[in-house]
Every structure is written in C-alpha cells, then in structure tokens.
Design a protein. Structure first.
Length: 294
C-alpha cells in the first residue's frame, strides 16, 4: 500500500522507509549546519576575541625603520658654555704704544661733567716716576701696592694728569713683561685693595695723606676692572674721588678722578660722573689702543 504522507527534500522520511534513509538525513543536516558556521566565522573573524591596539609609527621612526637604523638621540646643550676670551687679553704694549692707553683731553671734556669747560695738563708724560717718593712709606706696609700698583719696579711706566679748578684726573700705566705677569700682578692688586679700607702715606716734611676707601666694585666694560670710592685727606682737606684699575694685556691702567673745591660730598662726586661712566671711558680708550696694535 502506498503512503499518503508527502515525500520530498526537507521532509523527514516516514518510519516505513528504513533506518538507512534516516541516517542520511541526519548527516546532511550536520553538513549544512557546519557550512553555516564556517560562513559566519569568515564574515566576522573578530566576533569572539579582542584585537590588539594599532600603533602608528612616527615619521622619524618610520624613516629610521625603513633605513634599518636607530634614531640618533637629540644632543643636550652644554650646561656651562665656555666664556669667550677677552679681546686683547694677550695684547703686548711697549714703551711707545702703552701711551695710547692714556685717556685724552677730549674724552674728559665729553664724559666728565666737571671737565666740560676744558682741562689742562697737570703732570706731563715723563714727569712722574713710579713708586713712592724717597723717604715715604705706607702704613700698614701691606697696603703699599694700593698706592704703587705693583710691588717691584716695573719694566715700563708712564703717567699723565689733566686738571682744572673742579677736577684732577690722574692716570698711570704700569707695563709688565707679558700678559701672564700682568694678570698675576692684577690679582695681587685686587687682593690688596680689598684688604685695605684705610691706609696712610707718610711724606717727609709734609702732613701725611690718608685714603679711606669704600669696597671695590667691578668696573664696566670688556676688560677686568675694579672701581672704588675713595676720600683722600691731606693738609686738612678731604677730597672725594673715584679710583679704578683695569687689566689690559701686559699692562695695568690706574686712574683717579678727584673732585676739587668745597661743597657737599655727594654734589662733588656727581660732578665727576658715576663710577660706571668713568670706567666705561677708560675701557673705551683701552679698546681703541688694543685695536691700534693690529
């Protein structure tokens, strides 16, 4: 007898078709299920796991990687750059060229208020010898260099002064054998100046002179320099002044600007300018002298 149940694809066989056909249907169903799972995995391969983050290389790293090298480290700037050498530190003056270090009359007229009306030569070149006058001495003796600049007679020395009724500007140039000797002498001079706030000079047949100095300050300009305010007392008269020392090559340039006349100490000092302006004037003259050496 023929069964009345429909038979076709997707319709399970009836119980009368036997165990063989039942197994075929089960296998076919498993194959179809496996194909569906494979298709899902191909369409969404990341669905069941986390992905690693994507790292984008920098342009430098990418270029270095392509070249097969490691990027060079960035250089670190020096913490303490070497100071440039002082122009003219190795300058060597002789007895002729050292005279170019002396401030000119025109410099004083332009830069010192008390000299604006003009000045005249007080001490001519060659009229003043180095050192203390015969029979003179400085007390305390350790302060002698504060007056003489160097302890022993130098190879060369020249001095000149300009004066009017308001100002006396004295300048001396001590020449040493070479720049190294001048540097050593300058160190000794600065040490002496720092250690001698008050010193006196005894002169035979004269009332002794005394200098009372304020602490030295660094001078303005390229060359090593110190400047201090000093009161010079002699014959019962107190004269305020500025005194400075400058190291230029194988020389030490010393200058003293003294205010003359009576009046308020502050006003008298103001007539000289400032320690900075005076130091700058001397430094500019020194610069010109170094340049002239070629």
């Amino acid at each position: 007898m023929t069964s009345s149940e429909p038979v076709g694809p997707g319709v399970p066989p009836g119980p009368d078709e036997g165990s063989g056909r039942g197994r075929w249907w089960v296998v076919a169903s498993l194959v179809v299920l496996a194909l569906v799972l494979v298709a899902l995995l191909v369409a969404q391969p990341w669905a069941d796991h986390e992905t690693e983050p994507v790292v984008v290389p920098t342009a430098t790293a990418a270029a270095s990687s392509a070249a097969g090298t490691t990027p060079a480290p960035t250089p670190t700037p020096s913490a303490s750059p070497t100071a440039p050498p002082v122009p003219g530190a190795d300058a060597v003056f002789d007895d002729r060229t050292m005279r170019t270090l002396l401030v000119q009359k025109a410099d004083l007229v332009a830069d010192v208020p008390a000299a604006a009306d003009g000045v005249e030569v007080g001490i001519g070149m060659g009229e003043l010898a180095w050192g203390l006058p015969e029979g003179s001495s400085v007390e305390p003796a350790d302060c002698t260099v504060a007056v003489t600049v160097v302890a022993d007679p130098p190879p060369g020395f020249v001095a000149r002064s300009y004066v009017n009724d308001k100002v006396d500007f004295v300048q001396q140039v001590v020449r040493l054998a070479d720049p190294a000797a001048a540097q050593e002498a300058f160190r000794d001079l600065v040490t002496t100046v720092d250690g001698c706030p008050t010193y006196s000079q005894a002169n035979p047949g004269m009332d002794g002179a005394t200098w009372t100095a304020e602490p030295a300050i660094e001078g303005q300009g390229v060359y090593p320099a110190v400047v201090q305010e000093v009161v010079h007392s002699a014959e019962g008269v107190d004269a305020p002044s500025y005194r400075g020392h400058v190291l230029v090559g194988n020389t030490i340039v010393t200058w003293t600007a003294t205010a003359l006349g009576e009046g308020d100490r502050g006003e008298l000092l103001a007539s000289l300018g400032t320690p900075e302006s005076l130091s700058t004037m001397v430094q500019e003259r020194a610069h010109d002298a170094v340049q002239a050496l070629g």
